[in-house]
Ligand binder design. Structure first.
Ligand code: ADP
Ligand code: ZN
Length: 300
């Protein structure tokens, strides 16, 4: 079976065709500019994949969309499938699912957040395979968290926004925080732009400054401590550009255990190297998750 997959990001749109094993058979990338410019290119790509002149076995049977947010994932909601109050003004309230449905006819479309998508990819084919409760956090331009609980993505009233939990400032850190809404929330203190503003250089140029990563790890560990205590996941996967600094992993593990202070004794926390871990799908977790979203949409 072939599935269409769209990983809709704030900088680029990855369009792909994949199969039920998560194999990516074809892929193209389109810059995210405005809906007027970007969407016709996406639609054109998928139109060629549902073309009736193709042999039936070469056509996609569903489309999965893993989208930057916030997004409306509430089934039955009037604005289901819309991008909501994003800082990317051109995309605010944009009906991405409806636009694709109108253009592509009646193929089923699965839809979730980019981070739930990445987690679904990892839970189906990657490091969280077989787990029922897991978390995926991306630390990049923003900070987002996807979560599955009992095998299902957590949506609740909308979807988790754990990038905006309030941080306790680490003593000595005078930085006011980068989040326009909260100042010193997780994203405000620990996102790539926060690192850049606090230290005066892009995060990727600060590798040789251990104090940067000590502080960064403490904020990430604060968040992981809260998430561990609230969601009790079996695994926390960390991705995004900032986690490209692999020296963060041992620091984040150490400080998370320090903050938890042995309050919980579980096999997961005893194996902290596998509890707090990088993504395992080589950057393809998002698009593979979108393939899985498509497959799930055919079952509904
Ligand atoms: P986005 O979040 O925009 O989808 P990324 O996850 O790559 O994309 O996040 C971009 C942010 O991550 C930028 O703030 C950038 O400075 C930071 N970043 C990217 N690569 C690295 C790296 N290797 N080390 C540290 N920070 C990085
Ligand atoms: Zn915030």
């Amino acid at each position: 079976m072939l599935y269409g997959a769209l990983e809709a990001g704030g900088t680029k749109m990855i369009c792909a065709v994949g199969n039920e094993n998560g194999q990516i058979l074809d892929q193209t990338t389109i810059p995210t500019t405005t809906p007027e410019e970007t969407m016709p290119q996406i639609i054109e790509y998928f139109k060629t994949k549902i073309d009736e002149n193709l042999p039936e076995e070469d056509r996609i049977v569903a489309l999965g969309v893993a989208c930057f947010g916030p997004v409306d994932v509430r089934e039955g909601s009037k604005t289901y499938g819309n991008i909501l109050n994003t800082p990317k003004i051109a995309w605010r309230n944009y009906p991405i699912v409806k636009t694709l449905k109108d253009a592509l006819g009646d193929i089923p479309i699965g839809f979730d957040t980019d981070v739930n998508g990445s987690l679904l990819g990892e839970a189906t084919w990657g490091t969280a395979k077989g787990l029922t409760d897991a978390v995926y956090i991306t630390i990049g331009t923003g900070i987002g968290m996807g979560a599955i609980s009992g095998g299902n993505p957590i949506h609740g009233q909308l979807h988790p926004e754990a990038g905006h939990i309030i941080m306790s400032k680490i003593p000595g850190d005078e930085y006011k925080g980068h989040c326009p809404t909260h100042g010193a929330c997780f994203e405000g203190m620990a996102s790539g732009p926060a690192i850049q503003e606090r230290w005066g250089k892009p995060a990727q140029e600060l590798r040789e400054m251990p104090e940067v990563w000590e502080l960064e790890a403490k904020y990430i560990a604060q968040a992981l401590t809260a998430i561990t205590l609230i969601l009790s996941p079996q695994k926390i996967i960390l991705g995004g550009g900032v986690m490209g600094q692999s020296q963060l992993f041992p620091l984040v593990r150490k400080y998370t255990l320090d903050y938890l202070n042995n309050y919980i004794d579980t096999k997961e926390l005893r194996n902290v190297n596998s509890y707090i871990t990088p993504a395992a799908l080589n950057g393809n977790q998002g698009i593979m998750g979108a393939i899985k979203l498509a497959e799930l949409a055919t079952e509904e």
